[in-house]
Design a protein around this ligand. Sequence first.
Ligand code: GLC
Length: 271
Amino acid sequence: MIRAEGFRTVRLPVRFYSHADSRPPYTINASFMERVRQVTQWATDAGLNVIIDMHHYDEILDDPAGHKDRFVAMWRQIAETFFNAPSSVWFELLNEPNKALTNATLPDIYEPALAAIRQSNLARPVIIGGGNTSQLDSLRDMPMPDDPYVVPTFHYYDPFDFTHQGADYITPTPPLGATFGSAADYARLDADLQTVRDYMSRTGRVPFIGEYGAIQNISLSQRATYYGAISHAFASIGIQSCAWSFTNTFHLSNNSGWITDITSVIATTTD
Ligand code: GLC
């Protein structure tokens, strides 16, 4: 269904830590790992790139040192499971680091996890995001491992009060009613494109937008405006993007199938 709609990549958020022992050697449940392997295989067979993303590992955000060994052990196991997967399968170390995981502290967990992955996957692309939930500004001082196969990511939900209006998991919840499309909104988007251009010329790396989107509380026409504007703007400077999401409160599909008012306006680059 995803490939048939024209998408090339699926980012697969996986809550590995809920299925791994809390004590050494931190074994990931075999049938859960098999399920991830099966879904990855289906996507691969459909011709999609797959990003295996460690999502919602909330406990490591409060106590990185206490969870480092477990994080590294999980990545060692995931890497060994997928060591012979095609190069279209990518790893993403951790979704939206924040709290105690800042750009200053992230290398403490990223470097050993990457080293563990490299023992079995020498050239597997590995995506890393910066602190502060990987917002665009996190690129400014995001530490980059000395590894040519590491790809930086950021998430784009600006203006946040528009994209997350009524999101009850945000405190305080942004009120309903914000709209997108003013001259100021587009000026900000232009400035954000410049931030990305500056990052690319400074580092020589091309980042990737792992998530952008607008919540279901917003009218369909406003959501479509946002998905179209953001995807086109970043595609125009060569930045690939993943729309969030297939299903959940930012859904692009429902029980009747795709919400084509949105999927039809999504653009991406061709290379
Ligand atoms: C992050 C969260 C996810 C949420 C999304 C938009 O990916 O992990 O739960 O839906 O951002 O807020």
